[in-house]
Design a protein around this ligand. Structure first.
Ligand code: IMP
Ligand code: MG
Length: 176
């Protein structure tokens, strides 16, 4: 019983990549106020680091919490909002910050939901892209790392609510 963890991304490697993303984001939104919209819970660690790597005079932060139904580690296309956005998004440039994009169901749902808030633009920044597992087409504007397979934990990512606090990213190896 139990599981073994294999290190995939060291804290140093993550920090370097997050700084690069911050620079790219700062360039794209230069001169425009930006709203960072984090998806709870997984994205809160990434968002906390990313926002401090963004060099813009006007940045606001908000969160939305989404619950997906299906198996415990994958979403099955049905997504529910358990905490909605609180800042007014009308006419704003919104950058959605997500931990992992897997099937894409979560972000596809959010993309539609955000239309009702009438933002000026919506873009997506994800820490890890599991592109090979995509079920719905989705364009990601900023991607931290591409990791095709495996169940990942750490840096905000959990396995049954465990391991979010680890500073690196690990693959969970299940013991038989
Ligand atoms: P999607 O709707 O299939 O794209 O699912 C994305 C969500 O599933 C992410 O926000 C994560 O919360 C969760 N998820 C997918 N893969 C992993 C993983 O390897 N570790 C932890 N959570 C994951
Ligand atoms: Mg998530």
């Amino acid at each position: 019983m139990g599981e073994e963890l294999r290190l995939l991304l060291s804290p140093e490697r993550i920090a370097e990549r997050v700084k690069e993303l911050g620079r790219e984001i700062s360039q794209l939104y230069r001169g425009r106020p930006l709203v960072l919209l984090g998806i709870l819970k997984g994205a809160f660690v990434f968002l906390a680091d990313l926002m401090r790597a963004i060099d813009l005079p006007e940045v606001q932060v908000d969160f939305i919490r989404l619950k997906s139904y299906g198996f415990s580690d994958t979403s099955a296309g049905e997504v529910q909002i358990t905490k909605d956005v609180e800042l007014p998004l009308r006419g704003k440039d919104v950058l959605v910050v997500e931990d992992i994009v897997d099937t894409g169901y979560t972000l596809a749902f959010l993309r539609e939901h955000l239309r009702t808030h009438e933002p000026a633009s919506v873009r997506f920044c994800c820490f890890i892209d599991k592109a090979e597992r995509r079920k719905v087409p989705l364009e990601l504007d900023f991607v931290g790392f591409k990791i095709p397979r495996g169940f990942l934990v750490g840096y905000g990512l959990d396995y049954a609510e465990r391991y979010r606090h680890l500073p690196g990213v690990y693959e969970v190896l299940l013991q038989k």
